[in-house]
Design a protein around this ligand. Structure first.
Ligand code: ADP
Ligand code: TRP
Length: 323
């Protein structure tokens, strides 16, 4: 049995990129009976940037609702909110005392923002240490992450290694797991879809707003009659990530034949998203209208998470000499 852990920031409503690139693959991994999965909402990390309590709460609910709507099995796994397990803050302190300053100045998460130092708070600076605590607090063995998070995993292993050197058998050293066939979902402007670029497709919106987002996908200005190359079209690029190979081929030939406009292609993409995610959209909106169900799931998860956290923390405290 391997313990798999990953954290999901709650900085906005999950979009199609998050769903195809993170949520669905992680849920698939959790279906392997040999794994026990711990998925949590990294709302303490979000606090480095999100200050509005209503936004923080709504984003957390939306993130949780998306994972539940896509079928994460919370009975056989753990699903919790980082801030519900404050033990992680205590561990962060112990790890801070083992983190060399230059290791943090070299972290991309800090470096990217260090050209404007006055806007960098210490929370942002020590972000990787809190992430290390997230992982080590649960004796995690496998951590599925995107490429951008690999450095944080190396930092985690370095900190855990030097802590173990001083206090043997304190932590399990985790392995990162990168999905080889990571799919990058393009946004409505053709760049990588991201909350930060204002180019998302939010599949949980109602039909009217979802259709509007899809209609805003940028295309070239070839006329309706022209024969078109589907491979260079953002609409098709998104479509073929979602459709069967057969349906993608059919759409491909419609582009190539001409008399098929981008508006038609967008309508097909809209219909595909609605039919493919009909259950998930319905479930998401039901959960967002009945947030007490989400609260209950998260508080059950927190209870289970605390049991593991307390055990590991006790071991660490004993090793340090506090108990
Ligand atoms: P965002 O860029 O919208 O802020 P995050 O950085 O919060 O997204 O990413 C959360 C997860 O979703 C990560 O695992 C990331 O790899 C995945 N992800 C985000 N955008 C995409 C995308 N366009 N295509 C595929 N995966 C994505
Ligand atoms: N930093 C990660 C991200 O931005 C989220 C995260 C927080 C995380 N703690 C974690 C991921 C622990 C894996 C393990 O995507």
């Amino acid at each position: 049995m391997s313990r798999v852990l990953t954290g999901i920031q709650s900085t906005g409503r999950p979009h199609l990129g998050n769903i195809l690139g993170a949520i669905i693959p992680a849920i698939e991994l959790s279906k392997n009976k040999k794994n026990e999965s711990l998925f949590f909402i990294a709302d303490l990390h979000s606090f480095t940037t999100v200050r509005n309590p209503i936004d923080l709460q709504e984003n957390t609910y939306a993130t949780a609702a998306a994972w539940l709507a896509f079928g994460f099995d919370t009975k056989n796994n753990l699903f919790y909110k980082q801030s519900d397990v404050p033990q992680v803050c205590e561990l962060t302190w112990y790890l801070n005392c083992f983190t060399p300053y230059p290791m943090l100045t070299n972290a991309h998460s800090f470096k990217d923002k260090s050209n404007n130092l006055s806007s960098v708070n210490s929370g942002l600076f020590t972000y990787p240490v809190l992430m290390a605590a997230d992982i080590l607090l649960y004796d995690s063995e496998i951590v599925p992450v995107g490429k951008d998070q690999l450095q944080h995993l190396e930092i985690t292993r370095d900190i855990a290694g030097s802590f173990n050197h001083q206090f043997p058998n304190s932590f399990v050293l985790p392995q990162s797991k990168i999905d080889k066939k990571v799919m990058i979902v393009p946004g409505t402007d053709g760049q990588k879809m991201s909350k930060s670029y204002n180019n998302i497709i939010d599949v949980f919106l109602n039909d009217k707003l979802l259709r509007k987002q899809i209609m805003s996908i940028q295309t070239d200005s070839l006329s309706l009659e022209s024969k078109k190359d589907a491979n260079t079209c953002n609409v098709y690029k998104i479509y073929q990530l979602l459709s069967s190979e057969e349906d993608a081929l059919t759409l491909y030939s419609k582009y190539a034949q001409g008399n098929f406009g981008y508006g038609h292609a967008k309508q097909e993409l809209f219909e595909l998203i609605c039919s493919k995610f009909s259950k998930e959209r319905e479930r998401f909106n039901y959960l967002m209208d009945n947030k007490e169900i989400i609260d209950k799931e998260l508080s059950l998860g927190a209870k289970k998470a605390k049991e593991i956290a307390n055990k590991v923390l006790k071991r660490v405290r004993t090793n340090i000499g506090y108990v």
